[in-house]
Design a protein around this ligand. Structure first.
Ligand SMILES: NC(=O)c1ccc[n+]([C@@H]2O[C@H](COP(=O)([O-])OP(=O)(O)OC[C@H]3O[C@@H](n4cnc5c(N)ncnc54)[C@H](OP(=O)(O)O)[C@@H]3O)[C@@H](O)[C@H]2O)c1
Length: 355
């Protein structure tokens, strides 16, 4: 039996999800939502750079929800709780990489709306991805399964956003290239939202491991560019923000139990005083015993590939965490299904080669 799926937004991740669904016998792509009017009516295969699949993109939400799909892969640049609640109430499940990683951390009214939509539609919602996602959620929980005691969980992410071909996210959402005063949670609705989704990951891991945190704190250190940088045609000017070191900490009795730190730069403006882990994600569990694992998502460790393909690997990994969860999310009891609730998500068709 195959699940009937809608792809919601066809950006970096959306096109990778379309390519994945097109090769899967357990997933049938039946619809696609686009934000851009220019893509309305185009075949989803064409948008994804593969052969046409006979399904056209639309901006008509009612028509999409009328398809009676089993699941929506929800990956827009700006997440909308209104849209997700409409989808859930219509009876379709939702897997998303954009938000809802630990809905019990949301404001009570938002959580109640989400749960009501799931109840009405008899549907489930699951937030996942790379980070926030598997590397800050499922992976620490898997490693904790080999622990006698966990004292502290730390995830460090180091990335140069110069290679991420979404200048809207880099400049508009994340505010690289702005004066420092504009790059705070208080100054930006998106940065406040973004901080919230990382705090959700702290809460997910802490709750799953019984940490009973007192608080989750946020700090950010900003770095100004020493020179101009051309990022996919957009200029980041000297003196504007080229580095953001965010740190979210889950604290109990003054002790940091769970921490996520992001070392994000643009244009290689990496300050000398920042720690120097490898690019990618370093997860450390201090405990009995202690573990450290470093993850890189590349196109290949064996084949030579252009840098753009290595960069694309992160979008593939992010959205595949959602695509591979579809069957389990559809089978889950109605309601919120976090990474701590679902069975271990795997690539069930991982070794199957497309014909
Ligand atoms: N969890 C993780 O690990 C992780 C990692 C990276 C990114 N993300 C998040 O995943 C999502 C997808 O990332 P991406 O790299 O695919 O993004 P992207 O390529 O920048 O954009 C995704 C698509 O969103 C649609 N869009 C544009 N403006 C919009 C608006 N104002 N409101 C709603 N939708 C709009 C467009 O769809 P059309 O082209 O179809 O019109 C665009 O192509 C984002 O929310 C991003 O923040 C998560």
């Amino acid at each position: 039996m195959s699940e009937r799926v809608i792809q919601w937004a066809t950006g970096n991740q959306g096109v990778e999800a379309i390519r994945a669904c097109a090769t899967r016998s357990d997933l049938e792509l039946v619809g696609g939502w686009v934000s851009s009017a220019a893509k309305e009516g185009l075949d989803l295969g064409e948008i994804a750079g593969i052969a046409p699949i006979g399904v056209t993109a639309t901006q008509d939400i009612d028509a999409l929800l009328g398809l009676g799909a089993d699941c929506v892969i929800y990956t827009p640049r700006i997440a909308s709780l209104d849209h997700v609640c409409r989808i859930l109430a219509s009876g379709a499940n939702v897997v998303t990489t954009a938000f809802l990683f630990h809905p019990p951390s949301l404001p009570v009214a938002d959580q109640a709306r989400l749960e009501e939509a799931c109840r009405v539609g008899c549907s489930s919602v699951h937030g996942t991805g790379l980070n926030p996602g598997v590397l800050s959620g499922a992976l620490p929980l898997v490693l904790s399964g080999m622990s006698r005691q966990v004292d502290r969980v730390t995830l460090q992410e180091r990335a140069d956003w110069s290679f991420y071909e979404s200048t809207h996210i880099t400049f508009d959402n994340m505010r690289f290239g702005r004066p420092a005063a504009e790059v705070t949670e208080e100054a930006s609705e998106f940065l406040h939202f973004n901080s919230g989704i990382f705090k959700e990951m702290i809460a997910l891991v802490a709750n799953a491991l019984g940490a009973e945190l007192d608080e989750i704190t946020t700090s950010v250190e900003l770095v100004d560019a020493t020179e101009d940088h051309d990022i996919f045609g957009t200029i980041l000017s000297a003196g504007t923000v080229a580095g953001q070191r965010w740190c979210w900490r889950g604290i109990r009795a003054g002790e940091v139990l769970v921490e996520i730190e992001t070392l994000w730069t643009v244009g290689g403006e990496y300050p000398a005083h920042w720690p120097r882990p490898l690019d990618g994600w370093t997860l450390t569990i201090e405990g009995d015993p202690s573990f450290r694992t470093h993850t890189m998502a590349l196109a290949s460790f064996e084949r030579p590939e252009p840098i753009a393909e290595h960069v694309r690997a992160a979008s593939i990994a992010t959205v595949m965490a959602a695509v591979n969860a579809i069957t389990d999310v559809c089978a889950a009891p109605p309601g919120i299904a976090t990474m701590a609730d679902l069975p271990l998500i795997r690539a069930t068709s991982g070794f199957v080669r497309p014909a």
